[in-house]
Design a protein around this ligand. Structure first.
Ligand SMILES: C[S@@+](CC[C@H](N)C(=O)[O-])C[C@H]1O[C@@H](n2cnc3c(N)ncnc32)[C@H](O)[C@@H]1O
Length: 203
């Protein structure tokens, strides 16, 4: 299984499968981050716009550049979020928009585990930060927790054992807070903090 096997094309399907959970998580994350108002943000791997939307609702940004390599997700996000502070760009972590030091805050939600070289991606994101800016990212707690995905994959594998290799709990089980912490420290960032964020998943 490689990252290229992940299919990021159907915005509506993504929203009903994942957006219902990634949106409350994005809001929890932005509240936790407590970035000062008036910042210029870069959202890396914006998908259908969950984190972009939370930044606009909760962080009073001056601007948000939101990028994703999936053109169809960007088209979806652009239609769903009409906000004069936001511009959407088709670009990945490897070819980020903006120049060196262009942003106060660079954030990425549920993306790093899908990127081929996360250490390089974090280094490139850090390069877009102004001095003393904030770089922040989160991933699902694949190895332990994330009950809604566990239920989904247990049922899927019970129905068809050939999909077992797609199980994200298996593929990304190493993504624990320590991994994120060491990637950020390894990229030369200071004042690194890794915390567990929790959301309620209501059915
Ligand atoms: C699970 S979705 C998260 C989307 C959104 N941030 C959210 O919280 O709902 C993962 C996203 O990562 C994007 N992605 C995959 N590879 C990427 C890369 N190399 N650089 C940036 N984004 C990437 C995908 O296109 C997809 O939109």
């Amino acid at each position: 299984m490689t990252t290229s096997d992940d299919n990021w094309t159907a915005g509506d399907a993504y929203e009903s499968y994942m957006g219902r959970w990634s949106r409350p998580l994005a809001r929890t994350f932005v509240s936790w981050l407590s970035s000062p108002p008036g910042a210029n943000w870069l959202d890396v791997g914006c998908g259908t716009g969950a984190l972009t939307c939370a930044i606009c609702e909760l962080a009073e940004p001056a601007s948000v550049v939101a990028c994703d390599p999936s053109e169809s997700f960007v088209v979806h996000a652009r239609k769903a979020l009409r906000d004069g502070r936001v511009s959407f760009v088709v670009a990945g972590a490897e070819d980020l928009p903006g120049g060196p030091g262009a942003f106060d805050c660079v954030a990425s939600g549920l993306v790093l585990n899908f990127v081929a070289d996360p250490a390089r991606a974090i280094g490139l994101m850090g390069g877009r930060l102004r001095r003393s800016g904030t770089l922040a990212a989160y991933v699902w707690d694949y190895g332990d927790g994330i009950e809604f995905l566990r239920c989904f994959w247990d049922e899927a594998v019970a129905l068809d054992s050939t999909v077992a290799d797609l199980d994200e709990g298996r593929r990304f089980s190493l993504w624990q807070p320590e991994i994120l912490n060491s990637l950020f420290v390894g990229a030369g960032l200071c004042h690194v903090a890794a915390e567990i964020l929790e959301i309620l998943t209501r059915f």
